[in-house]
Design a protein around this ligand. Sequence first.
Ligand code: ADP
Ligand code: F6P
Length: 326
Amino acid sequence: MSQVKTIGVLTSGGDAPGMNAAIRAVVRAGLYYGFRVLGIRKGYEGLIHGDVHEMNARSVGDILHRGGTILQTARSPQFKTQEGQKKAVSMANVFGIDAIVVIGGDGSYRGARELSNLGLNVMGIPGTIDNDIASTDYTIGFDTALNTVQDALDKIRDTAYSHERCSILEVMGRHAGYIAINVGISGGAESVILPEKTQTLDIDKEVIKPIIEGRNRGKKHYIVIVAEGAEGKALEIENQVTEKTGIEARATILGHIQRGGSPTVYDRVTASIMGVRAVEALKDNKRNRIISMKKGNVVDIDINEALDMKKSLPEELVEISKILSL
Ligand code: ADP
Ligand code: F6P
């Protein structure tokens, strides 16, 4: 018998395509295993204010294909305070919530850990387009975001070729260059500028030189990918390319288009598996776990261990991107 009777589910931090598939999986698996499931709107902010409602199989119908999150999300400064966290726990008690499934990023996990320290059972599901959560190889939304960026890049490439220009594309990734490096490879970029390597960035060597060498080999257009975390670099590179090579350069900042859109099959399936596994962990009386993808398998990890983990961009991808930019 599970000690948990009522599960709350919320989405928190930046939204990501596939969050709805995860919500649906938590609700339907919850009902399947005999739990009561409550939806909490607007993340921790909504929990503090008791924005909580009963969910049934129908309340998650027709959402698998939708981007964003039907539960909405928020960044809650109040929840970062001890007072806010205590309010959240007492509100959970008011609604009889024994366990909360938190779908979000690293910050949301830190919030979940605070709830666990106050006695609430928590399960984390990784949802962010940035793929920057240390405890998991994959975060829900990453694949969809990559495909959105790739689609934009293919369009930009058409016009860059027509005008023989250099296009600089700034993609999301506040702290990590997973989107940038993957799209750099899939889109055939001359250079990829990563937040992890901004400190040592030498624009002459890493951007100007490959462009000039490419022109000498007959290239007709040039693509530079810049991760958002490499702050201000897209516009700086635009100026320097024009000034130092005479090639016209245009920077495009893709922004929030990367966060929306219908999730890919991979994101829907991964979110569905993770949602079911989170509920099954509760059924098995597990406490305070993070659902993670490890070498192709979905596993659960203790929340403290998960938050102590470190993850870094595979150097192999950086190397491959350089080799193929000839
Ligand atoms: P993400 O989950 O995508 O990383 P944020 O970092 O914005 O997004 O975190 C989402 C929310 O989680 C924050 O608005 C805040 O309410 C809560 N949170 C973040 N960090 C902490 C923390 N260290 N302690 C408690 N709550 C936190
Ligand atoms: O979802 C992650 C992320 O997209 C980061 O790459 C980005 O810096 C951040 O969220 C921006 O979020 P917002 O515009 O909602 O503050």
